[in-house]
Design a protein around this ligand. Structure first.
Ligand SMILES: O=P(O)(O)OC[C@H]1O[C@@H](O)[C@H](O)[C@@H](O)[C@@H]1O
Length: 487
């Protein structure tokens, strides 16, 4: 039996993502550690009926049904508690470890487990963990944290030290729901089960890699969080660097948590800004101004409720990174994500180099072979040049597309499955989170120091100047110089 304690039960994250994810997992019937008891906790004085209604709403939103869902609804309860106060979290966890609440219910069996999910702002999570005395941690406790894990490299190192005092690293689950997306996991099969691809997956054949996550959503009521995070921390430091790691890592011997996460850590350790001396040449930040998203007028980000316009938060971030390994020397990895953009685009694009010689007599301008891995819509496209239909000796572009299954579980349900199974494979390991901060810290410093201008783009447009950094002549030349053979 598992008791899942959700801290921040009254928050947006719990109701929008976590509880529907849990409901989805329960109705799938494959629930490690079942049965699951759910305890909601937050500072506010609410009663069980209030909490029950929130859980019920999430279950309905997920369309979840079945005996496990009914049991969850019948047994869930709420506790008002300040987890940052002395003894607050310890008391809550001790009660959770005795499921009947009277000290008589738990039998301390091996299959009893308590999972503590911090659906809280990072500073509150840190304060709660610091306030918890290691001697008060229930046996086998698992901790689940939401991003961002710290606010820069030093603070992430400090947070990891605090967590290590409480439980071993294998029992810390740092959630990145991208790792639960089936198309993200498909990168493993795609790369490592296809000889054709993996043989060409190096600087010899690959010219550049773009990971783009352009959203047509605006703030969606999340100003309190987003105005402090911005696009760089919200998306690039977390999700997009995880995607880079999967795309660039060397083949792991197995997909066990250790092998897989070792390979990711290794490639992230080799990752740095394309030109560390000149962040302005290889990073870009911008924020949206008033415009139109579909049929909706959208005000400027700076005028949105809950936003401090002087904070200078970016709503679009773009960085060009280098991966200093034999495999990737000279290949730029461009990561970009923005909100309130006209076109939704969520994909990784691997652009292969031109062939060394096009047979004389083949007409037309060849385009590079491109592999597009979509992350919603989840399709996979290979763009190729072929001989044209009308003139057999003139090149034409064609593409092979297949739709990948979005998977039967939602990304959050998939991640929760790992948490309840005690399998951290789909969680971000502490050293990996630290490396991601090390990569972006120089960008944060350059942006905060005003060394890179904050550009603007109208909501609903394609972003600043509508192109990416690598299309800028200066950067392209730098890329070409770096890729040129050394004398
Ligand atoms: O495409 P998905 O799965 O909704 O993920 C994107 C979201 O991921 C979240 O982690 C970010 O905080 C959001 O800002 C972003 O919109």
């Amino acid at each position: 039996m598992t008791t899942l304690v959700v801290l921040g039960a009254g928050g947006d994250l719990a109701s929008r993502l976590l509880l529907p994810g849990l409901a989805d997992l329960l109705s799938s019937g494959d629930v490690p550690g079942a049965p699951v008891r759910l305890v909601g906790a937050d500072r506010a004085e609410h009663d069980d009926a209030w909490w029950h209604e929130r859980v019920r709403a999430a279950v309905d939103a997920a369309g979840a049904t079945g005996a496990a869902v009914d049991e969850l609804l019948a047994t869930t309860r709420y506790e008002p508690v300040d987890v940052t106060a002395e003894g607050g979290l310890a008391g809550l966890l001790a009660r959770a470890a005795r499921p009947d609440g009277d000290g008589a219910g738990g039998d301390d069996g091996d299959d009893e487990q308590v999972v503590c999910y911090f659906a809280l702002p990072p500073e509150v999570t840190g304060a709660a963990c610091r306030a918890l005395d290691p001697s008060e941690v229930p046996d086998g406790l698992r901790l689940v944290l939401e991003k961002p894990f710290g606010h820069d490299h030093p603070s992430s190192v400090e947070l990891d030290a605090v967590l290590r005092r409480l439980v071993p690293e294998e029992r810390v689950h740092r959630v990145d729901h991208f790792l639960g997306k089936s198309t993200v996991l498909n990168v493993l099969g795609l790369r490592f089960a296809n000889r054709l691809l993996e043989n060409s997956w190096t600087a010899r054949d690959v010219e550049r890699v773009d990971v783009v996550f352009d959203e047509d959503l605006a703030l969606e009521g999340r100003a309190g969080y987003y105005d402090h995070a911005g696009a760089l921390v919200d998306m690039v430091q977390s999700h997009l660097l995880q995607l880079l790691a999967l795309l660039a890592m060397d083949p792991p011997a197995t997909v066990s948590e250790r092998d897989l996460r070792d390979r990711k850590a290794e490639v992230l350790r080799a990752t740095r800004l394309w030109d560390p001396e000149d962040p302005a040449a290889c990073t870009r930040r911008a924020r949206w101004t008033a415009g139109r998203l579909g049929d909706r007028e959208v005000g400027a980000y700076a005028d949105s409720d809950g936003v401090d316009p002087d904070r200078g938060t970016e709503t679009l971030a773009e960085v060009v990174l280098a991966v200093d390994t034999w495999r990737w020397a000279g290949v730029p990895f461009r990561l970009r994500s923005g909100k309130a953009l006209g076109t939704r685009r969520k994909e990784a694009v691997v652009t292969f180099r031109h062939v060394p010689h096009l047979p004389t007599g083949l007409l037309g301008t060849p385009s590079p072979t491109r592999l597009r891995i979509g992350f919603g819509p989840d399709d996979l496209t290979l763009e190729l040049d072929v001989n044209g239909e009308d003139d057999a000796f003139t090149l034409e572009r064609t593409s092979l597309t297949t739709q990948l299954s979005p998977g039967s579980l939602s990304a959050y349900a998939q991640v929760l499955h790992g948490v309840l199974a005690g399998d951290p494979t789909l969680s971000v390991r502490g050293d990996i989170a630290e490396e991601c901060w090390r990569v972006v810290d120089p960008v944060l410093a350059a942006w905060r120091g005003g060394r890179v201008p904050l550009e603007e783009y109208p909501a609903g447009s394609g972003g600043p100047r509508g192109t990416g950094l690598l299309e800028d002549v200066d950067v392209l030349e730098a890329v070409e110089d770096a890729a040129a053979p050394r004398p």
